[in-house]
Write a protein that binds this ligand. Sequence first.
Ligand code: BTN
Length: 269
Amino acid sequence: MVPSDPTPLPATPSQPGGPELVIPGGSTTRLGRWLLRELESVDSTNDAAASLPAWNAIRADRQSAGRGRYRRTWVSDAGGLWISAVVPTGPAEDGWAALPLAAGWAVCAALEDFGVPSPRLRWPNDVLVGSRKIAGLLADVFRPGLAVVGIGVNVTNHPEHDDPALAGQVARVADWAAPVPALRTVAAAVLERLEEAVRVMEAGGFAALVPRVNGRWQAPRAVRVELDSGVVEGWFEAVDAAGRLRLRLPDGGLALHEPHRVIMLRERD
Ligand code: BTN
């Protein structure tokens, strides 16, 4: 169940002149620049947020059709943080491409504050502890200038109960945090860090956020990268200020790969 809201707000537009929120029920809370709406169940929070203005976010206790990357189903059992945030990207074509990295950094920073040890990024959209995935990110662009950043974090849930193939591959905040924070508390922390990341990018572009992002790879990592032009192996080092992957090759050379040309990156260890 959604916890009762100590400071409920009416479902008003988040920006003067912006469209009305159309999702009935639940509770609404102001968190910094964010207007967070919490619901018991939706199909996918990304889809539920598709028509909302910037700086709105939706959290649901459960998703009946949670989506992952590569059109995979995202197990969204009770006890996980399933949230989508509508972020302004500006007119720049590359503005939204960096958002999953920005959101990944935000999740790492927030989870670390709850005692999760050394959460790290796996390019492009995963947050892991060691080799176990604790969070995934999915950015959708439904309208120009706005991105919906979907964030799924395992908190007290057990996704491996729904999908036994995940056994041994997933981590949860509850594996470390004591006491385990409420989902709303985790949501507030993630949104606060995401707002910080967006503010940094508003002021200095993605380049300004790169030092934070690059501090979260625990790189170099041996990887196999499937590109649109073939497969390469090497060591992933970081991303550059333009968001390109820096790949150290077996002969010592450095290759830079545009993110949109990377089909899949797999870690080899
Ligand atoms: C992945 O790792 O494949 C991305 C998973 C993204 C899951 C989140 S949960 C909230 C939001 N709503 C969705 O349907 N998906 C994202």
